[in-house]
Ligand binder design. Sequence first.
Ligand code: F6P
Length: 324
Amino acid sequence: IKRIGVITSGGDAPGMNAAIRAVVRACSYYHISCYGFYNGYNGLINGNFEELDARSVRNIINLGGTFLKSARSKEFRTKEGREKAYKVLKKEQVDGLILIGGDGTFTGGQIFSREYDIPVIGVPGTIDNDIYGTSHTIGYDTALNTVVEAIDKIRDTASSHDRLFFIEVMGRDAGFIALNTGIGAGAEEILIPEENLGLDRLLDSLEKSRRSGKNSSIVIVSEGDKIGKNVFQLADYVKENLPYYDAKVTVLGHIQRGGIPSCFDRVLASRMSVKAVELLLDGQKNVMVGLKDDDIITCPLDDVIHEKPKINKDLLRISEILST
Ligand code: F6P
């Protein structure tokens, strides 16, 4: 391996810059060249890249977003798109790729690698934490802290006005953000896609809270929950059935994707990305780096793509006990 390429792809996540920095610095340390491709796979297809050296990634470890920009490339899903990308890599003599992103990114990378025998290494970067093969993804910890801070603020106004708040958080079809911020911010109820407790149980629980003397409450709703109503319909439904509740809705949205990465995410990004470069140098391919018990491990991309990570359902039990 003499030259590697790096992209950030899919939804951006705080810590992606720290990851790019670590890839570039590790390349410099091991005396190989590194090209950063812009806009995810689109940069590979269009030949939009820049050679990066150790100094070109200074002062970015603390920045949210990704300076290489990110995209969900439609063209890379086509055979023609991937062929164009391969031609660019061949012309530029790039012999391996580091893909910082989520499962969509890895699925594309796996197909590409099989078609053209280009070694790829995945680095999990998404706020959702919905990746098999790692206990934490880059950006998740920062997003948790952003969400908890926002809920704390909502709690102030909820309690001043004796209101019930439904707060929708991101996570696509996984409940990691909802479950952990729900506990961390002391929510009354947490609705996640992995466990549909149903509307009746939600009403029961809110009614019980009211009777037990609570004046305000917070319900965290994961964007992918399966209760069958969106967060606004849910608030209306509760108002219809429990008219004494003054229910409001806040959708936190893309605020969850931005901001200064936490120290945890910076360290995670740094460790994973150095390892990704070392794996390529070691002749490995088609694996993702992950975190397990504070060790950086690897997991075959095939497993990452086909398996679903499990949430810790015990947290639901803890939440029930604590919201009594
Ligand atoms: O995967 C990260 C994520 O923020 C999900 O939580 C959310 O469902 C999705 O991306 C939103 O995507 P977009 O930014 O394209 O609207």
